[in-house]
Design a protein around this ligand. Sequence first.
Ligand code: 5GP
Ligand code: ZN
Length: 112
Amino acid sequence: MSDCIFCKIANGEIPTDFVYNDDKVVAFKDLNPQAPVHVLIIPKAHYTSSAAVDDRGVWSDLMTGAVNVARELGLEKDGYRMVINTGEQGGQTVPHLHLHLLAGRNLGWPPG
Ligand code: 5GP
Ligand code: ZN
């Protein structure tokens, strides 16, 4: 997707420091962090949202990448949250599938 900001981040068109990078996914810090740790994990392939995923391998790659990031950041002991906003009521603002990894404070429940 030539006009997708997260595709541009993933393919290097927008220079970004990656927290994690493998053959299928990349992770980078959120521009507007909602917690002391706020990392976005995205597939390199473009999917508009979770609802558009038709390949179970995408979930394997995304979740494995997210758990690897959590491990590398040493978050297991205190815990963390993973969130995938989907569509308008889900609060999705960027139409490229992404998983939020949030940590570093007590996260409220239920979410807003
Ligand atoms: P959503 O609301 O779609 O679940 O999450 C989109 C997230 O992407 C937001 O938390 C927003 O701060 C983040 N974001 C939007 N544009 C950029 C960008 O250009 N760079 C980075 N690092 N984060 C972005
Ligand atoms: Zn994209």
